[in-house]
Structure formats: structure tokens, C-alpha cells
Design a protein around this ligand. Structure first.
Ligand code: DAH
Length: 339
């Protein structure tokens, strides 16, 4: 027996151990490279064949072929074993692995707050109404007692289409649409998007959201309005919030008020958010002007009521302590994920 045959026998013994221990495809490939690969043992031995004495060539050649076949066989058997158990196969399907979940996302903070507002008003007996965002000028202005020479109709203040329609500047036209198609009493809230040609800053945007409210019945007074608004404030921001009504002017209400919440940030003591006044302006409101009731065919001698319009972004900013309204529209998930 010569040195080459000894090396072949040792290689077979060694390969048998390694092949039965191989636990994955990489181990089997390593085995192949070690013995049969281009720089492996067998190609190297075949070069040594020339040094073998002529009388030993036959036996050595046979041992070489047998050894090489044996190692190939060991490799094939190990590969079959792994395939049968599944672990060597890259496409093996493990049915016990958990699935990949869809990231479902959630409602936008403006929608969350709008839904909360609507829920509060529904508990007080209001139902939800809706109107078009592309509105005609009659519903957006004239019917709301806002004649053509009123400053809020300045064409530069809003978005007009050539056919006389506009992107609604307020949700108040929904009041008109509801009264035109319903007999009193009426108790509605109408959440929705409105548009104005405003220069965006921390508290203004070119589009934003309002909730309109309208309550028409017999013998409705400003005291009813005040109690509804106070209840809304308490439900949204807790028992400590006070409301304050200030005289104001809106064409479609008489008297008109603006109403403020005591500052949720500082509790009314005064801080930068409320500009040290202790109060934050939330919305406009008032008793529906008799001229508006006449426009929709309601008898102002019989029916009276109040209306209000809330800015939803303002309410969301207070709820979540958001310092700048523009954050709500940048669609940065790092911001939106927090709600
Ligand atoms: N529409 C008004 C605005 O956008 C808000 C408003 C004020 C609505 C008084 C009302 C109201 O219903 O009665 O500024």
C-alpha cells in the first residue's frame, strides 16, 4: 500500500463522519469542495499519480476511482437525507411560522376629534347632516343673509369656479339645505371640509374642517345655546372647562356671539397658547336670523333657533397639544402615528 492509497482511505473515513454530521446544504457543499472541488484532495492526488511506481499504478488507480465514487455517494446520500427532512431546502415552507401582519394604520387626528364631537352632539339629540363641498353661491352666501356687497364675498377671499359655484367657505350652507328639505323642528350637526384663500400659518390653512350645528324649535333661546355649548365643552375637555360668549357679528345670526373655552393648557391662568388671555376662541354662534328662516320658508313668528360653527383643527390642537396646524397636513407618519 502506498502513500496515495493511505490518503484515500483516510479521506473516506473522514468524509463518512462529516457526511453523517452534515446538518445543512452548506456543510454538504463544504464536503464536496474539500474532496472533489477544483483545489480539493482528489484533483491533487490525480496529479501525484505520475510519481507512483509502474507496478502499483493499477491498484492505486482503482483505489482512486473507488474513493472518488464513494465520496460522491456520501455527498448524494447526505443531500437526500436533508431534502427528506426539509431542512436543506431553501424553499421549505414552515407552516408553524407566524404570518406577516398588515399594518392597518388608524384614523387621522382630525377625523378622531370630529368623530368625538359628533358623538357628543348625538348624545344631546342632534343627527348628522351633509352637504356638498362644491357649493353654489346662493347657499354659501345669499340664503345666509350675506348680500353681494358683504366683505366676506370678496372674490379674492375664496375659490370661485367660472360657472358661479365655489368651494364652500363654511359649513353653514348645510343649514340652508337641511331646512329647505325638512320641516321644523331641526337638530343637526354637519361636519365637513371648508376652503378659504388664507395664507397658511400655525392656526390657519387653505382648507380646514368645521362642525356646523343647527337647532330650530319653538321658544329656543340663547340660554339653550349656552347650555349646549357648555355641555359640549365639558364632555370634550372635562368639568373644569368654562365657556365665555362674546358679542360678535355674523350675517346669519342675530344676536351673534363668538365663544371661547377657558384655556385647556394653563387652566385659564394665561400662557402663550391663549396669548395670556386665559381663553381660546373656538367658534362662532348665535340665534338664527329671522331673514334666514324666511329664506327657507320657515315662519320666524313660530320658529326660532340657534346655530354654531366649530373649527375642528382648533379642537384637535387643544386635545393633543399640537402647536402648529400645518403638522396635521404634512402626512409625516412619525407625527400621525402618535394618535
Ligand atoms: N360660518 C362661520 C364661519 O365660518 C361660523 C359660524 C358662526 C357658524 C355663527 C354658525 C354661526 O352657524 O351661527 O366663520
Amino acid at each position: 500500500m502506498n502513500a496515495i492509497i493511505e490518503k484515500i482511505n483516510a479521506a473516506i473515513a473522514d468524509a463518512e463522519v462529516k457526511a453523517s454530521a452534515a446538518a445543512d446544504a452548506a456543510a454538504i457543499e463544504a464536503l464536496r469542495i474539500e474532496y472533489l472541488g477544483r483545489n480539493g484532495l482528489f484533483p491533487a492526488l490525480s496529479k501525484e499519480m505520475g510519481t507512483v511506481a509502474p507496478e502499483e499504478r493499477k491498484d492505486t488507480g482503482r483505489a482512486f476511482n473507488m474513493g472518488r465514487n464513494r465520496i460522491q455517494e456520501l455527498i448524494d446520500t447526505a443531500a437526500d437525507r436533508l431534502a427528506a427532512s426539509g431542512s436543506g431546502n431553501a424553499e421549505h415552507l414552515d407552516l408553524t411560522l407566524p404570518g406577516r401582519r398588515w399594518k392597518a394604520g388608524h384614523k387621522h387626528p382630525v377625523t378622531i376629534v370630529a368623530d368625538e364631537c359628533v358623538a357628543v352632539f348625538r348624545r344631546m339629540g342632534f343627527i348628522v347632516a351633509d352637504g356638498p363641498e362644491i357649493e353654489d353661491i346662493y347657499h354659501n352666501f345669499d340664503a345666509l343673509n350675506t348680500p353681494q356687497d358683504h366683505p366676506s364675498r370678496d372674490p379674492q377671499d375664496t375659490f370661485y369656479f367660472n360657472d358661479g359655484r365655489i368651494l364652500r367657505t363654511q359649513t353653514s350652507p348645510v343649514q340652508i339645505r337641511v331646512m329647505e328639505s325638512n320641516e321644523p323642528p331641526v337638530r343637526i350637526v354637519a361636519p365637513g371640509r371648508v376652503y378659504r384663500r388664507d395664507t397658511p400659518d400655525a392656526t390657519h390653512g387653505m382648507n380646514f374642517h368645521q362642525i356646523e350645528g343647527l337647532y330650530i324649535d319653538k321658544n329656543v333661546s340663547l340660554a339653550d345655546l349656552k347650555s349646549v355649548l357648555q355641555t359640549f365643552a365639558t364632555e370634550m375637555y372635562g368639568p373644569k372647562v368654562k365657556i365665555r360668549l362674546r358679542p360678535h357679528f355674523f350675517p346669519f345670526t342675530e344676536p351673534s356671539v363668538e365663544y371661547d373655552f377657558s384655556c385647556i393648557m394653563c387652566g385659564g391662568k394665561g400662557c402663550p397658547v391663549c396669548k395670556h388671555s386665559g381663553y381660546i376662541e373656538i367658534a362662532g354662534a348665535g340665534m338664527v336670523d329671522p331673514a334666514v328662516l324666511k329664506n327657507v320658508g320657515y315662519d320666524p313668528e313660530v320658529w326660532s333657533g340657534f346655530a354654531f360653527g366649530l373649527g375642528i383643527e382648533r379642537l384637535a390642537m387643544l386635545r393633543y397639544r399640537i402647536p402648529d396646524l400645518r403638522l396635521l397636513y404634512e402626512n409625516d407618519v412619525r407625527f400621525l402615528e402618535q394618535f
